[in-house]
Design a protein around this ligand. Structure first.
Ligand code: ADP
Length: 183
């Protein structure tokens, strides 16, 4: 666990499985069709149970679509949370298809939704850095900057934590957090 203070708020990183760490809101790296998938999306639906998918179906219909850079909210089923925020990050297409803006938007929208719900704590995976192929170092800079900017403004969030699944991604986030601290 490592953290950076932003006013009276905290931006933190930790290693682990996001489905096991309590938070008011857990962010999922979802796909636009909101149909579940592999990676962290699969882990969240498995650990949370069928109520999360049932709610997505009921609220957003069989032809549901969440645009890239946006997010939707459901309950959290059996997860140690009140809400899951299903955020859609961009697929990496080389970096000139608006990927940084879309990735920042996915984090920003998630933070704004969490604040609109009154959440005080939120956890994130490293969105788009798995199957979606976003280079880890670049994704890390975008992710930390977007969440830091949100925490520096008006929000109910007191603590935002990136939960990194692999030692590699933890190390990259650790270095980037240190760079932000020096900035
Ligand atoms: P995307 O499709 O947005 O790339 P993935 O789920 O493939 O999403 O990967 C996003 C990140 O989530 C990857 O860095 C992957 O290692 C990580 N991840 C996978 N499972 C978990 C988990 N249980 N908790 C936290 N992070 C996870």
């Amino acid at each position: 666990m490592d953290e950076l203070r932003i006013g009276d708020r905290i931006l933190a990183i930790t290693r682990g499985d996001i489905t096991t760490i309590p938070a008011d809101a857990i962010v999922n790296a979802a796909n636009s069709a909101l149909v579940g998938g592999g990676g962290v999306d699969g882990a969240i639906h498995r650990a949370g149970g069928p109520s999360i998918m049932a709610e997505l179906r009921e609220r957003y219909g069989p032809n549901r679509h969440c645009p890239t850079g946006s997010a939707v909210v459901t309950g959290a089923g059996n997860l140690p949370a009140h809400w899951v925020i299903h955020a859609v990050g961009p697929v990496w297409r080389g970096g000139r298809a608006g990927e940084p803006e879309l990735l920042a938007a996915a984090y920003r929208t998630s933070c704004e939704l969490a604040s609109s719900l009154g959440a005080r704590t939120i956890t994130f995976p490293a969105i788009s850095t798995g199957v979606y192929g976003y280079p880890l170092e670049e994704a890390t800079r975008v992710a930390l900057a977007a969440v830091r900017d949100h925490l520096a403004g008006t929000t109910t969030l007191e603590r935002a934590t990136f939960v990194l699944f692999s030692a590699d991604s933890y190390e990259v986030f650790e270095r980037a957090l240190e760079a932000l601290r020096q900035a």
